[in-house]
Design a protein around this ligand. Structure first.
Ligand code: UD1
Ligand code: CA
Length: 448
């Protein structure tokens, strides 16, 4: 039997944040989601998460995670105190308890499996992951005897200068034999510089403690402050980009771009500098994105060009061209072959095939047909101060420069709206409509 306990009750003081530490994101996925997605694959019999500081926020965030048991720790008196809270919950449990700090987001399932296997074969009371770090600041140091058994772990802040030179560190991931741990949990004290009950003190009390050193120390980096958060982000970004480069994506300046874990790409995609792909995006083949584009939760077909543009929550059809400087907002669909040009904003609208909105327009709550041509400066006036209204434009219609279409309004197909018109009633098919006051000429001068 395997139970997993994730420690997420701490204050995360060193983050200086109102957001609980485990809810900080890395490549668009929170620390806790990363830890959970790796433990889920171990198929534990029980999965417990210890919450305390900002417990409600964490519980709310994880409300859809199945089979997660929340355990409250109040007050937060240290990692050992956190595990003491499991005693009533796991009273009758028999088997291994895998304990993970909630702030170790780069951990892999493979490493956890190796730890559990090693532990089961060794018949020790506890085996934990260790790493040799060049910069071991903030980590507990691991001390062993001549047989390689761990004698104790000393926290960084309790180490003397000689002890601090030991770079073998505790990663904060432990596989315990639960019955052995249960018997010693109550023996822990808070007799240390932080007045906290340390889980690491169990190591010197338990009869046989072993450590299992990870191959890649990066994998067990703990996040205690924003510098470490940024280092982990850089590590994940590097991995993501090299993964997609191998799959056929080119970056002209990879260091200036970021990707999210939830995004996927076709082949022959070119990503120019300062371009960011966020949330869950599906990007087709031959797209040319950036420079300077931000694409969030959107689906792009093949052969799309998107320069200096924001695309959020949209669906973009094949061979369309977006930007420079376009803003496509949520619930918009742009069909194949369309062109959304400079300084155009599209919101909650459907834009038909081969339609062109080339310059300086706002199109909101609208449905445009195929082959529509929207002249420079055309605005759909969709808001009456209280409600939003719809604009419908049929196939093959054109609006002249600076037209204002006052919604709700339906413009038929093959309609031409003259430049500068403000149209506030429906226009039937095949109509030319012009609304314009006459210029008055006197002595060849315009009188104001
Ligand atoms: C801990 C280890 C240290 C190890 C390091 C690895 C202890 C005493 N020290 O130190 O040896 O090198 O992790 O990253 O365990 N938490 C609670 N309740 C509490 C306190 C903390 O649930 O009362 C949770 C935190 O939310 C966090 C985890 O435990 O997810 C670790 O706490 P943190 O304060 O970051 O421990 P470290 O000082 O990093
Ligand atoms: Ca930590």
């Amino acid at each position: 039997m395997l139970a997993i306990a994730i420690l997420a009750a701490g204050k995360g003081t060193r983050m200086n944040s109102n957001l609980p530490k485990v809810l900080h994101p890395l490549a668009g996925k929170t620390l806790i989601e990363r830890v959970l997605s790796c433990t889920k694959r171990l198929k534990p019999n029980r999965q417990l998460i210890i919450v305390g500081h900002k417990a409600l926020e964490i519980k709310h965030f994880l409300k859809n995670s199945p089979k997660l048991e929340f355990v409250h720790q109040e007050p937060q008196n240290g990692t050992g105190h956190a595990i003491q809270q499991l005693l009533p919950k796991l009273k009758d449990f028999k088997g291994e308890l895998l304990v993970l700090n909630g702030d170790v987001p780069l951990l892999t399932e493979t490493t956890l499996k190796k730890l559990i296997d090693f532990h089961r074969k060794s018949e020790s009371s506890v085996t934990f992951l260790s790493a040799t770090l060049r910069n071991a600041d903030g980590y507990g140091r691991v001390f062993t005897d001549k047989n390689g058994h761990v004698t104790n772990i000393i926290e960084d802040c309790e180490c003397n200068e000689i002890q601090r030179k030991n770079k073998l560190t505790n990663a904060g991931i432990y596989c315990y034999n639960w019955q052995n741990l249960r018997d010693v949990l109550e023996l822990l004290s808070n007799n240390n510089s932080q007045n906290e009950i340390y889980l690491t003190d169990t190591i010197s009390i338990l009869p046989k403690a072993l450590h299992y050193e990870v191959d890649d120390p990066q994998e067990v980096s703990g996040i205690n402050n924003r510098y470490q958060l940024s280092e982990c982000e850089a590590y994940i970004q590097k991995q993501l980009k090299s993964y997609w480069m191998n799959k056929g994506v080119s970056f002209t300046d990879p260091a200036s771009c970021t990707l999210s874990e939830g995004s996927s790409f076709g082949i022959d995609v070119i990503i120019e500098p300062q371009t960011h792909i966020q949330g869950n995006c599906i990007i087709g083949n031959r797209c040319h994105l950036g420079p300077g584009s931000v694409i969030t939760n959107s689906t792009l077909g093949d052969g799309i060009l998107a320069i200096h543009s924001y695309i959020n929550g949209a669906k973009i059809g094949d061979e369309t061209s977006i930007g420079p400087f376009a803003h496509i907002r949520p619930e918009s669909t742009i069909f194949k072959g369309s062109k959304i040009g400079n300084f155009v904003e599209i919101k909650k609208s459907s834009i038909g095939k081969n339609t062109k909105i080339n310059h300086l327009s706002y199109v909101g709550d609208s449905t445009l047909g195929n082959n529509v041509n929207i002249g420079a400066g055309t605005i759909t006036a969709n808001f009456d101060g209280k409600n939003k209204h719809k604009t419908i434009i049929g196939d093959n219609s054109k609006t002249g420069a600076n037209s204002v279409l006052v919604a709700p309004i339906t413009i038929g197909s093959h309609v031409t709206v003259g430049a500068g018109s403000t149209i506030s009633k429906d226009i039937p098919d095949k109509t030319l409509v012009v609304e314009r006051s006459k210029a008055i000429l006197r002595n060849k001068r315009i009188i104001k």
